[in-house]
Design a protein around this ligand. Structure first.
Ligand SMILES: [Zn+2]
Length: 221
């Protein structure tokens, strides 16, 4: 029998673990600018991904276009990271919402963005087993043209799968600012950086036993 790769969560506790920059060193691609956590990089050997479904059935053309672009970005990353699409958010580590992120202030200026990705570190119980997982909320705005939508989804999903930083090279998916034409395929540098991140030692994905329980306290509600 096929083991259930994405069982639903039974209990979840948010831990006070944040992203932090790494000590400078020579690393492949733009791995030096990728943030990590005190528990290691927030990555899993297998990901469960949920996409917000369309509002109506059959979906209207805007929802359809969003789903197509985001699915396509997901398929692209799926060649580099093992993942399964799931039907409910309770099964997921990565949740992708059709939503315009709230504006935020950067260096004193209010800015709108097309996408945003947020990380929480959780102690989650699934099938009576507790483990440490990244829980990632991805927002991809629906109000974009198709190519920009796909490029935005690809960039945000890069963060979700462990690339918590930016590249200064415009032809990389994780470029801080995109060039003239949207990047729709991970570059060699994107691949090298992700491969490096995935090779690092991490506590994510490992079973939590009382003796190795993280000392961090749960966040207040
Ligand atoms: Zn970004």
């Amino acid at each position: 029998m096929q083991p259930d790769l994405c069982p639903p969560q039974q209990q979840l506790r948010t831990l006070k673990v944040a992203l932090e920059s790494q000590a400078p060193a020579q690393r492949p691609g733009y791995a030096s600018s990728i943030a990590t956590t005190s528990l290691g990089p927030p990555v899993l050997k297998h990901w469960c991904v949920w996409l917000q479904p369309a509002d109506a059935s059959p979906p209207n053309r805007w929802d359809q276009r969003w789903l197509k672009a985001v699915s396509s970005a997901l398929t692209t990353w799926g060649a580099l990271v093992p993942l399964t699409r799931v039907d409910s958010p309770e099964q997921a580590n990565v949740m992708i919402w059709r939503q315009q992120p709230a504006r935020r202030q950067v260096a004193g200026v209010w800015r709108a963005s097309n996408g945003r990705t947020q990380l929480q570190v959780v102690d989650v119980q699934r099938q009576s087993r507790r483990r440490l997982e990244p829980q990632v909320k991805v927002m991809v705005s629906p109000g974009l043209r198709a190519e920009a939508l796909q490029a935005t989804a690809l960039h945000e999903l890069g963060h979700a799968f462990g690339l918590w930083g930016h590249s200064s090279v415009p032809t990389d998916v994780l470029a801080i600012s995109q060039g003239e034409s949207p990047v729709l395929v991970p570059s060699e540098r994107d691949r090298l950086t992700l491969a490096w991140v995935m090779q690092q030692t991490t506590r994510f994905g490992s079973t939590i036993r009382p003796s190795i329980e993280p000392a961090e306290s749960a966040l207040p509600e």
